[in-house]
Design a protein around this ligand. Sequence first.
Ligand SMILES: [Zn+2]
Length: 273
Amino acid sequence: MKAGSVMSRGGLLACVLALAACETVQTTQPGTVGVERKQSMLLSAAEVDKSATIAYQQELKKASSKKALNRDPAQVARVRVIALRLVNVTSAFRADAPKWTWETNVITSSDVNAWCMPGGKMAVYTGLIEKLKVTDDELAAVMGHEIAHALREHGRERASQAYAQAVGLSVVGAALGLGQGSMQLAQIVTDVTFNLPNSREHEVEADRIGVELAARAGYDPRAAIALWQKMGQVGGGAPPQFLSTHPSPQNRQKDLAEYAARVMPLYEVARKH
Ligand SMILES: [Zn+2]
């Protein structure tokens, strides 16, 4: 294992705590936006994806029991068309991604929120669509950002860190075997989706990959700038839930403008098709 500057502090901690199975990976190709960083993973992708499927089913069941799942067919269709176009261009970052079992559902909720669990299990809340009065380009910006988190396996990285912390300094966790406890891991996936903030480093990566996905799918990448502005203005005092799990990195607007400009040629090509 190569420790050192390439590894985040949390990642290093995860590896130290579980001396056994730590893996250093590059989850994605750099793309036009040039995102590159070695990532340390304690949990396997298969394990995390399985737990995400459990966590996702729980969320859908909860929404369904409140009659809050996919209530407006036109809205669901709109969101799914955008998701499909974005998923179709994920191969620019990962050859395997278009074949993942992506799912997109719309949840009726006043919360301004959207998320994508590991493996491509997405949800968009009506609060985000309606309170921000999002255009298709802006919706593509949010979903592109969420899909980018999944492509980069940020959830797996964060779950690895949370898992290591849950196991604590004891070696009991390693002795138990990491293959066990899908339910426990599903709880961790739920936590990283709803409660624990992404790191600013993850946010920058998701912003940059997100604008490229949008551009390649034929959505104006500059819409991300307006989207984040709207996000910051909504709520009247209480910031939207989305911002608690997606903290604003420094210079987000400037960074988005710079990277949106860089991928404009991809957008010009895509919109001609
Ligand atoms: Zn984010």
